[in-house]
Design a protein around this ligand. Structure first.
Ligand code: ADP
Ligand code: ASP
Ligand code: MG
Length: 407
């Protein structure tokens, strides 16, 4: 019997009618004889609404209570989907992350899955039920509810697929797969038939929120092939995320990713001594601030400037940490801004071929887009640019690398 894990995102379960539609899709597969485990996100903008609500109560809501609050969004949609299936005569049961045996560490708001205890799911499947699992949540060793970070239901699905040895893992969203760029800002973007884990991980970690980066990591680690498809057009082929199959990629750039808004913090005139970077970035990591691009200038007269980018929501925490440290660091000035974004080109073929960076910089220059910072990996180049230029940059790079053309 085929065992399938599916995941439906927030827009796929946004209203009662949407949930009934998902129930029909799931019911058809169950009737065709598949064992079905279905992970759901919170309905529509529920998670954002709950965050807004918490801020009306407490401007700095305690992280543990945020986990309790946000986990409820996915519990609502899982219970409703189970009801919809049962209304259609399909036996089903909804489970919270904890009931489904999703064990995590105790880091509120960005917990990592440590293991899956699949016995309850196995019992329900053996009884012939469709199992609906509330996404994006788990339980710590102390029985505290945890959440996995924004977009984390993808990770629930892929981890479950690995944990219960599913034959298929399907992520249903509001677009027909992984596109060469975000189709919302780049009209000529087209869906890729397949993409390797490595490239997908770079896309996801540089802003392509269609897949949670950690879901891709888990997929790569356990060899789970991930089918990304549209709930609204389920017959469209979609994209398979899997181990790279083609030996040589024709077009070396496979996709463009962007981040609409990032913040930067600059320390000006820091006395250049060994260990500055460690002194700054260790406390930032301890404070839970994740730093993306880092640029340190060559020092002039023993003074250097150091700039790093963070998510806009982390800017204040980053500034607090850096200002506290500055007694010791002795920077002349600490400044920050949050009117920036990033644009990245990604492709494994870039690793061995020169000239991609030059083409990227030339393209941005032709658009009169100033590059604030640059960072690279073997298979990615990221430029930090003004937030209001991000969309133009994506479209220009998509054209320059002819991503609308290759098959
Ligand atoms: P879900 O609620 O189903 O998890 P998300 O909103 O998290 O959906 O992710 C889907 C969205 O990701 C799309 O609507 C699209 O705007 C955006 N996106 C960004 N980059 C890409 C890309 N390269 N391919 C497809 N979608 C992308
Ligand atoms: N509901 C959560 C969020 O909006 C998790 C998810 O949708 O994957 O981030
Ligand atoms: Mg998502």
């Amino acid at each position: 019997m085929t065992r399938t894990v599916q995941k439906y995102g927030g827009s796929s379960v946004a209203t009662a009618d949407h949930i009934k539609r998902v129930a029909r899709l799931v019911g058809d597969r169950r009737r065709a004889g598949e064992e079905m485990v279905v992970v759901v996100s919170a309905m529509g903008d529920t998670t954002d609404d709950l965050i807004d609500l918490s801020k009306q109560i407490n401007t700095r809501p305690p992280a543990r209570e945020m986990d309790m609050l946000l986990s409820t969004g996915e519990i609502v949609s899982s219970a409703l989907l189970s009801m919809a299936l049962q209304a259609d005569g399909v036996d089903a049961v909804s489970l919270t992350g904890a009931q489904a045996g999703i064990r995590t560490d105790a880091v509120s708001g960005r917990a990592r899955i440590s293991g899956i205890q699949g016995d309850r799911i196995e019992r329900e499947l053996a009884a012939g039920r469709v199992v609906i699992v509330a996404g994006f949540q788990g339980i710590s060793d102390d029985f505290d509810v945890t959440t996995l970070g924004r977009g984390g239901s993808d990770t629930t699905a892929v981890a479950l697929a690995a944990g219960i040895n599913a034959d298929r893992c399907e992520i249903y969203t509001d677009v027909a797969g992984i596109y060469t760029a975000d189709p919302r800002i780049c009209p000529s973007a087209r869906p890729l038939r397949d993409i390797g884990y490595e490239e997908m991980l770079e896309m996801a970690s540089t802003g392509a929120r269609v897949m949670h980066a950690r879901a891709v990591e888990v997929g790569a680690l356990y060899g789970v092939e991930i089918y990304v498809k549209s709930t609204f057009d389920p017959s469209a082929p979609g994209t398979i995320i899997r181990k790279e199959t083609m030996m040589e990629q024709g077009n070396k750039v496979r996709g463009i990713a962007h981040e609409s808004r990032v913040a930067k913090v600059t320390l000006r005139g820091v006395p250049d001594r060994p260990g500055i970077a460690a002194k700054i970035f260790e406390p930032l990591a301890e404070a839970g601030v994740s730093v993306d691009t880092i640029v340190q200038n060559a020092s002039i007269e023993r003074l250097t400037d150091l700039t790093f980018t963070v998510a806009p929501g982390d800017r204040e925490r980053a500034l607090e940490v850096v200002n506290r440290l500055n007694q010791e660091l002795g920077a002349a000035e600490i400044v920050s801004a949050d009117d920036l974004g990033t644009v990245s080109i990604i492709g494994t073929g870039m690793a061995s071929a020169p000239g991609y960076a030059a083409r990227m910089f030339r393209t941005l220059f032709d658009q009169q887009i100033n590059i604030d910072m640059i960072s690279t990996s073997d298979i990615r180049i990221t430029c930090v640019v003004a937030a209001d230029k991000v969309a133009d940059a994506v479209v220009a790079l998509h054209n320059a690398f002819e991503l609308d053309r290759q098959g």
